[in-house]
Every structure is written in C-alpha cells, then in structure tokens.
Design a protein around this ligand. Structure first.
Ligand SMILES: CC(C)(COP(=O)(O)OP(=O)(O)OC[C@H]1O[C@@H](n2cnc3c(N)ncnc32)[C@H](O)[C@@H]1OP(=O)(O)O)[C@@H](O)C(=O)NCCC(=O)NCCS
Length: 173
C-alpha cells in the first residue's frame, strides 16, 4: 500500500466488485466503453487483478481510497504503444476537480522512480481529453507526438525519472 496526502493507493481485490462497477460502469468516466453490467465489470476487474499479480510490486492497478471510499483507479503497466511502462487514471465523477488524480499519479510515480528505478514512464491521451492532458502537464510530462492507441488517435507523453538530488512530485496546479 502507498500512502499519499489524504488518500491511499492499494491493489484492487475481488471484494471491490461493487465499487469497481460504480467506477467502470459509469459512461461519464469510462467514456470509450463502460462495463455493460456487473458481470462484465467483474471480468475486467479480474483481468486487472491477474495483470497486477504478474507484475513486480509497485506496478499494476490500484484503487484510490479516500476516507474509506474508493474514488478511482491509477495504474502503471507495460504500455502497448511505447517501449516501457504507461500511467493511467480514472476518477469517480464526485472526486474530479480536486487534484486527486494528479496527487495519486504523483504518489505512484514517485514509488516507480525511487523504488523501482524506472527510467521513464509513458502515457497516451486521446486528442479530445483535455482533463487528462491537464493531469500530465501538472505532473511534468512532455509531449512526444501522435500515436495510435485502442484504434484511436492519441498523443504520446513521457516523463523521465528525476535526476539524483532533484525533488520528485507534481508541480502545483
Ligand atoms: C482524467 C481525469 C482523471 C482528470 O480528473 P481531474 O479531476 O480533472 O484531475 P485532478 O484530480 O488532477 O484535478 C485537477 C482539477 O482539480 C482542480 N483542483 C481543485 N483543488 C485542487 C487541489 N487542491 N490540488 C490540485 N488541483 C485542484 C484543478 O484546478 C483542476 O481543475 P481544472 O482542470 O478545472 O483546472 C478524469 O477526468 C477522468 O477520470 N476522466 C475519465 C477517465 C479518463 O479519461 N482517463 C484518462 C485516460 S486513461
């Protein structure tokens, strides 16, 4: 488990099925294709659990938990669109607009750079997803150019590990 300022990141579990469906079944959040029902949501959750179990500790899919409530998902996993690890994040609507995605991602990135010694982390953002672009720019990611992801045009971004001695973490919003 990773602790941030007012939240925790912990691996998802099978017991999180109802909360995961509230996130992954919401078309306002999973706008490219939400889970149609609880059964489909459970299958997606199980895939996340299997992928997390197969990755080194610190990589995988994490529930963002604040005051005992699951508010979203943040992950680091091998990227299908770049030679490395990708960052992704999804927040319940009620938790958006508060800086939580940026803080949760910064917490996971700090662990990835300081403990796992990843040299860099990639992210792909759909051309029409300015809120996601906002998260990446607050974190200090740099745009590399267009990339195809999930059959849709995206922009590829990268963040390199901080050089020794510099202070990692998100820039202020
Ligand atoms: C992408 C997504 C996570 C971004 O959520 P978000 O709430 O905009 O991002 P943050 O949690 O970092 O919050 C930043 C916003 O909170 C505001 N904010 C308020 N209080 C803040 C605080 N204390 N600290 C930082 N930001 C704060 C910021 O000004 C910013 O708002 P603005 O964009 O209107 O300027 C969210 O839109 C989402 O889940 N989208 C659907 C899933 C998705 O597309 N994921 C990415 C592709 S995988």
């Amino acid at each position: 488990m990773l602790r941030g300022d007012g939240f925790e990141l912990r691996p998802w579990t099978v017991e999180d099925g109802p909360a995961f469906f509230e996130l992954w079944g919401d078309p306002a959040v999973i706008w490219w294709g939400p889970a149609a029902d609880r059964a489909q949501s459970d299958l997606i959750l199980r895939r996340f659990l299997e992928r997390t179990a197969a990755l080194p500790p610190g990589l995988g899919f994490f529930a963002i938990v604040r005051a005992g409530q699951i508010e979203g998902n943040v992950f680091l996993a091998p990227a299908p669109f770049a030679p490395g690890v990708e960052l992704g994040y999804h927040l319940r609507l009620r938790a958006q607009g508060q800086g939580l995605a940026t803080r949760a991602a910064a917490c996971l990135l700090e662990h990835a750079f300081a403990q796992l010694h990843l040299p860099r982390v990639y992210a792909a953002v759909h051309a029409a997803n300015p809120r996601s672009t906002g998260v990446l720019s607050r974190l200090g990611f740099e745009a590399l150019g267009p990339v195809e992801h999930a059959g849709m045009p995206h922009q590829l971004y990268v963040l390199s590990a901080p050089s020794p001695g510099s202070s990692p973490g998100a820039s202020s919003p």
